[in-house]
Design a binder for this molecule. Structure first.
Ligand code: GLN
Length: 211
């Protein structure tokens, strides 16, 4: 899979990045480098006409509470549960999980839809942040650098969830379930644009561009 820049204006997918908090600007920059139309999403109206939506890394409790205050939780649930292409990175992956462990007291609003259990700060207590090289069998070559920042990990996978990368535990740090992609690390902080290219391809397929 390559990270070719898309040149055909008419076929450019339009991808939104939830911009309430966290690392949204970095995702937008990479999407634009890939030739995609990338927009910041802060209101339900801004979700209209999108081919895909990225929930970025940051702090999932804060992001969930802000989303709740701004009336975004239900529209986000409708989006994900309606089968629209969605990619959650780090905190975004936590929000997409059906179940989360290690949450703050009082819990946090989850969007759900991804049939996994996520441990919110799985790597947090040992090492706050680290960089490693993942083996990603669906990439060629299969090595990919990954930056983990107070990162979660997936400890249980539903039957329909395909693991894309794992670390010793074993725990899963990248998975795909139909139109949903989730990564525990921050692909927007490394030069490897193949995760973004993969999601752009998923979003393009979602609107029938590949037919
Ligand atoms: N563990 C953090 C949380 O609970 C996520 C960290 C991140 O997105 N870099 O939200």
């Amino acid at each position: 899979m390559g990270a070719e820049v898309m040149r055909d204006e008419a076929r450019r997918p339009r991808i939104g990045v939830l911009a309430l908090q966290g690392a949204f600007a970095e995702h937008i920059a990479i999407l634009r480098r890939l030739g995609v139309e990338a927009v910041e999403v802060r209101t339900p109206a801004q979700m209209e006409g999108l081919d895909g939506l990225i929930l970025p890394g940051g702090e999932s409790t804060t992001m969930g509470l802000v989303a709740e205050r701004w009336g975004l939780v239900e529209p986000l649930r409708a989006w994900v549960h309606g089968g629209k292409p969605t990619w959650g990175t780090c905190a975004g992956m936590i929000l997409l999980a059906d179940h989360a462990t290690g949450q703050k007291q009082g819990g946090q609003p989850l969007i759900g839809g991804l049939h996994v259990t996520v441990n919110r700060n799985y790597f947090g207590r040992q090492v706050d942040s680290f960089e490693t090289t993942l083996t990603v069998p669906c990439f060629e070559p299969d090595e990919s650098p990954a930056i983990f920042i107070r990162a979660p990990a997936i400890t249980e996978l539903g039957e329909d969830v395909e693991p894309l990368a794992e670390l010793p535990g074993p725990v899963y740090v990248a998975v795909r379930q139909g139109p949903i992609l989730a990564t525990a690390f921050h692909p927007e902080l490394t030069p490897d644009m193949r995760w973004h290219a993969l999601f752009v391809e998923m979003a393009s397929r979602g609107r029938g561009l590949e037919n």
